[in-house]
Design a protein around this ligand. Structure first.
Ligand SMILES: [Zn+2]
Length: 186
C-alpha cells in the first residue's frame, strides 16, 4: 500500500501573504510561541525586533506613537533573534509585532480592502489584528473565539495582578471591539 505523501503547508503569518511560512520567529522572550513567516517577512520581522535593540522603554513608546513616519534607522541584518531573546534584550513582543504590522502592512497598503473588511484597514485595525493574532478574512465566530481565549490568558486575576497582563487584557478588549465593528454589518 502506498501512503500518500501530503506536504504540510503552513501559511506565512503575515496577514497579506499566501506564501509558505518556513521560517520561525519568536513571539516572546520565553521562546514558547513562534510566528511562521516566509523569507521576506521573517527578515522584515527580524528588522523590527532589531529596531528596538538597546532602546529604553520610553524610546520604544515614543517610537510606537510615531504614526506613518517610517524613518529608516541603520538596521543590521542577520541578527540572531533567539540569542537576543535569551539575553532578555527584547521588550513587549506585541508592541514589536504591532509596529511591524503597521510598517509592512498598514503603511504600504492603505487603500487595500482585505477579505470581508468593510473598508481599508486603519492603523488601529492593523494593531488590533496583531494583538489578537488574527487576519482577514475574519468571521465573527473566529474573532469571538480568539477574544475569549486571550481574555482568559491575560486576565489580571490569573496573572498575579501583573501590570503587563492588565495592559494586554485592556488591549485585547479594545481590539475585539474595533474588529467586531469592522466586520459586522451596520
Ligand atoms: Zn510572507
Amino acid at each position: 500500500m502506498i501512503k500518500e505523501q501530503k506536504k504540510f503547508f503552513r501559511k506565512c503569518d503575515h496577514p497579506d501573504c499566501e506564501l509558505e511560512g518556513e521560517y520561525r520567529a519568536p513571539k516572546n522572550r520565553n521562546l514558547t510561541e513562534y510566528y511562521w513567516f516566509c523569507l521576506k517577512h521573517v527578515s522584515e520581522y527580524n528588522k523590527a525586533w532589531n529596531f528596538y535593540d538597546g532602546m529604553s522603554q520610553e524610546e520604544i513608546e515614543r517610537e510606537n506613537k510615531l504614526d506613518e513616519t517610517w524613518h529608516s534607522p541603520s538596521w543590521k541584518f542577520g541578527i540572531n533573534l533567539e540569542n537576543l531573546a535569551k539575553e532578555g534584550r527584547l521588550d513587549d513582543p506585541f508592541e514589536i509585532y504591532n509596529t511591524y504590522m503597521r510598517r509592512v502592512g498598514g503603511a504600504k497598503n492603505k487603500t487595500k480592502i482585505y477579505g470581508n473588511a468593510k473598508s481599508a484597514l486603519t492603523t488601529k485595525e492593523w494593531e488590533a489584528l496583531g494583538i489578537l493574532e488574527l487576519q482577514f478574512p475574519l468571521t465573527e465566530v473566529q474573532l469571538k473565539t480568539k477574544y475569549k481565549q486571550l481574555v482568559k490568558k491575560y486576565h489580571p486575576d490569573l496573572n498575579g495582578g501583573s501590570k503587563q497582563a492588565e495592559e494586554m487584557f485592556k488591549k485585547v478588549a479594545e481590539s475585539y471591539r474595533i474588529l467586531l465593528k469592522k466586520i459586522q454589518k451596520s
